[in-house]
Write a protein that binds this ligand. Structure first.
Ligand code: FAD
Length: 380
């Protein structure tokens, strides 16, 4: 049984269908209908299956400060890809509909989970009642207490806009532009121009406490106003607060026979909040395990060097919000494009890590090495 038919749950179901898995799979999902509720973007190699199936790809990405300092970067052989959630959901629903042994129970919410004998019992609201399975993959979002251990929160809100006249630069992504630190901390703009008249425009903040979409709305309105996009047609909106540096779920307290996956299972990369490709890699290995008759697997631990680098980087960002724009600009200007992209895509080698370290000012990092990690708390 899979709890949650979001990115992780549907990715696993698709892989199982594609591999011809013969076991019975039920996916428990509260929503009744899937909407275009998010954009998944990530770096991938030009020849990859994700580059081929992406809604849009770009070869260049831009960083800039509010004072106008600006840099455009690229990486030979790589692109920045965007997958529209609506396209992903519809492809997954079609695949599941063609697999008689995989059922998506929409309008159903999982509540208590209990191990009884060799089975796991999941009580559900909706039309499920108590459902029983040998193995459960739980992809629900992390609880507030799990999130309280995150080092920083990445909160963003955005609109997909349509202009009546061309006004977006569709040749490059605004990855981190208008970078600055104000009274609430580090903030930047993110613009994915799908065409000269259509773009996703977002404002993002890194803060020690989560910020809701309503609180970010004035920042977004200021951005739209400054760019002359206030009167554009608003096609849809999206927002999120992603925990950065969330520890993997502790073994104690988890129910036997239940594996956590997705964000609650440690899917997000600590330093960036990116999770799409990490969830795809997990879905591949979890489906392989099930097809071979083994229990489902969770997300693998990050290698020690990546863990160490990410933890240190996040601690420095948390302690130096005013210098965060400078840190990102240094990374963009001093680290060669391919090394930067490999670092962001979990493919960095020792030499890439060395380039990242060399690009950053040593004093805040040495101070962070000596300091105790900060803990933040979510409101109850
Ligand atoms: C707006 C937004 C933009 C993002 N952009 C990017 C990006 O550009 N690149 C990137 O790499 N990552 C991005 N992410 C981060 C991450 O990739 C996504 O959040 C991704 O959807 C995480 O997958 P998931 O399966 O863990 O969670 P979800 O996709 O949120 O799925 C969790 C599912 O659990 C269900 N659920 C909740 N409660 C219950 C319950 N009680 N019982 C049963 N089911 C339940 C939910 O309805 C949901 O369908 C973004 C996230 C958001 C929210």
């Amino acid at each position: 049984m899979v709890i949650g038919g979001g990115l992780a749950g549907l990715s696993l179901a698709m892989r199982l269908a594609q591999l011809g898995y013969g076991g019975r799979v039920r996916i428990i999902e509260p929503r009744q209908h899937y909407e275009d509720d998010r954009s998944w973007a990530f770096w991938t190699t030009r020849g990859s299956v994700w580059a081929a199936s992406a809604t849009r790809t770009w070869d260049r990405w831009r960083f800039s400060m509010t004072d106008g300092e600006s840099l455009t970067r690229s990486a030979e052989g790589w692109c920045y890809a965007y997958v529209r959630s609506e396209e992903f959901y519809q492809a997954a629903l079609r695949t599941i509909a063609g697999s008689p042994n995989i059922t998506l129970l929409t309008g159903t919410r999982a509540a208590d989970i209990e191990a009884l004998g060799d089975d796991v019992h999941v009580s559900t609201t909706g039309h499920g009642g108590i459902l029983t399975a040998r193995h459960v993959v739980d992809t629900r979002s992390p609880s507030a207490s799990q999130c309280s251990a995150a080092t920083l929160f990445q909160s963003f809100v955005g609109h997909e806009l349509r202009l009546s006249q061309p006004g977006f630069d569709a040749e490059q992504v605004e990855l981190m532009t208008d970078m600055r630190c104000d009274a609430r901390g580090f903030v930047f703009s993110y613009v994915l121009a799908l065409s000269p008249t259509r773009a996703l425009v977002e404002v993002t903040r890194f803060t020690p406490q989560p910020i809701g979409a309503a609180e970010l709305a004035p920042d977004l309105e200021s951005l739209l106003d400054a760019r002359g996009w206030s009167h554009a047609e608003r096609l849809r909106s999206e927002s999120a607060t992603l925990p950065m540096g969330l520890p993997a779920p502790a073994g104690a307290g988890t129910v036997r026979g239940v594996v956590r996956a997705g964000i609650g299972g440690g899917a997000l990369r600590a330093a960036s909040g990116y999770g799409f490709l990490r969830i795809q890699a997990w879905a591949d290995s979890c489906a392989d395990a099930l097809v071979q008759g083994c229990p489902p697997v969770g997300h693998p631990d990050d290698p020690p060097m990546r863990c160490w680098m990410d933890r240190l980087f996040l601690r420095v960002l948390a302690s130096h919000p005013a210098r965060t724009p400078e840190f990102f600009l240094r990374l963009a200007s001093s680290v060669p494009g391919p090394a930067f992209v490999r670092f962001m895509s979990d493919q960095a080698g020792w030499a890439d890590h060395g380039r990242i370290i060399a690009a950053l000012p040593p004093v805040p990092f040495l101070q962070a090495l000596r300091a105790r990690p900060r803990r933040t708390r979510l409101p109850a």
